[in-house]
Design a protein around this ligand. Sequence first.
Ligand code: F6P
Length: 554
Amino acid sequence: MATLICERPEWKDLQSQTAVVKKTHLRELLKEEERCKSMIMAFDGILLDYSRQQVTAEIMKKLFNLAEAARLKEKIEKMFNGDHINKTENRSVLHVALRAKRDQIIHSDSKNVVSDVWEVLDNIKGFSERVRSGDWAGATGKPLTDVVAIGIGGSFLGPLFVHTALQTAPDVAEACKGRRLRFLANVDPIDVARSLDGLSQETTLVVIVSKTFTTAETMLNARTVRSWITSALGSDAVSKHMVAVSTNLKLVKEFGIDPNNSFAFWDWVGGRYSVCSAVGILPLSIQYGFSVANKFLQGAESIDNHFKTAPFEKNIPVLLGLLSVWNVSFLGHPARAILPYCQALEKFAPHIQQLSMESNGKGVSIEGVPLSFEAGEIDFGEPGTNGQHSFYQLIHQGRVIPCDFIGIIESQQPVYLKGETVSNHDELMCNFFAQADALAYGKTPEELQAEGVSEHLVPHKTFSGNRPSLSILLPKLTPYTLGQLLSIYEHRIAVQGFIWGINSFDQWGVELGKTLASHVRKQINATRKEGKSVSGFNYSTSTLLDHYLKVKSD
Ligand code: F6P
């Protein structure tokens, strides 16, 4: 029987270190300059500071030992080599091939996949240029200025995050002038109304994005929007107004989309790891031009290469992954807050939520052995400073939640009010720097007493501090740095999974709910069509369903 990582002496060795951390306040650790120096590192414009993590040099050493015990190096190599590391689906995990340079060679099942990737990228470039120039026009000859991308989960969150981040970038403002990109994800008809609001069928291109082309929500939304198009322009308009991105080109064709108007990707790309495939690159290329989307790929590639080659002590995704394992599995902090001090990154945390929680929210090891420790963590976040006025109270005085502070040095939108030397962006960044120290140092009763705070308020105003965080500084939010940020988190999450010994690339936990929803769908159909009463459910569900059907038809 395969053993779990927690049975290894390296794990137990780390457990013994938690006592050290409990005795040592971050206030003390931050006094050690040599320690701090060793925990600040730079790579390709990115600065990482993890000196506010509850770790010592000794703990870091032991974390690297744990990485060795978990065969982390070998697992990373296997991923890049195209081995079938997604064992339950018997697939390679090669999202890194999506951003490989044209002349690189990466094999999956003895086939170089990079040439396939570039064939699709070349098609995207050609197609997006035709749409942008108006050469590819709608059924009535008008240029297609608006795109609605229909997809959910990994076929939605990554592209949404990147689009939201680029929307306000002045360097791409000219490239997207007069164009709109919308997303339709939820099967809730409100989302249909919201995404189509103000659009004209004549000038709208619909991109259906679905890895499987079977996802119930996406397919219903696709049929709904197809009918919106054809009711105005006739059924022939589909060939000009609807294209698809999928691994399942057979189903794309059956849906009525010309295979020439579809953009492939492959089963070795997990849905939540697919933003660098046509899933993200097609809509982003139409909106901003292929060269912008390509810079995003180049940023991701820079980190892929760093992840593959840098020694663990200097490897950003490896360091971040190990620190998260330390926080979750040893210090018992089940959550992680993702706090970009940048409004343009408002959709970053929702993307990381899926990436992390669908990848690492597992209960068994890759060999199927139930875990005797908790894996995965609860990810959430909001841009600062908004979050400060929402949930930071809990982070400062309630539960301990390790925080990722992400700051940008040069704003996309610099604003200096007349006569001010601190710009609006500086003001934002003051908070970025202050919050990390507030969490680490806290405020003692003695300090409060010295300030003359009334005795009865001292306990309320005390901050225990000793709350871990890390800081990432990017020079500017550009397509390139967005690619870097994405790749850092993708690999960090993989590192966590590799250490925990789980499969971060399957998602069986989403299936049961889908099956049960289809039972309910059948029941609604039977009740509406044949007047059959609700049956086959427990008392609670039958009552709720009965009530729903009755109130709706009243
Ligand atoms: O239900 C979860 C999931 O399978 C995700 O893993 C995936 O990103 C999403 O649904 C959408 O799947 P598809 O791209 O096949 O429509």
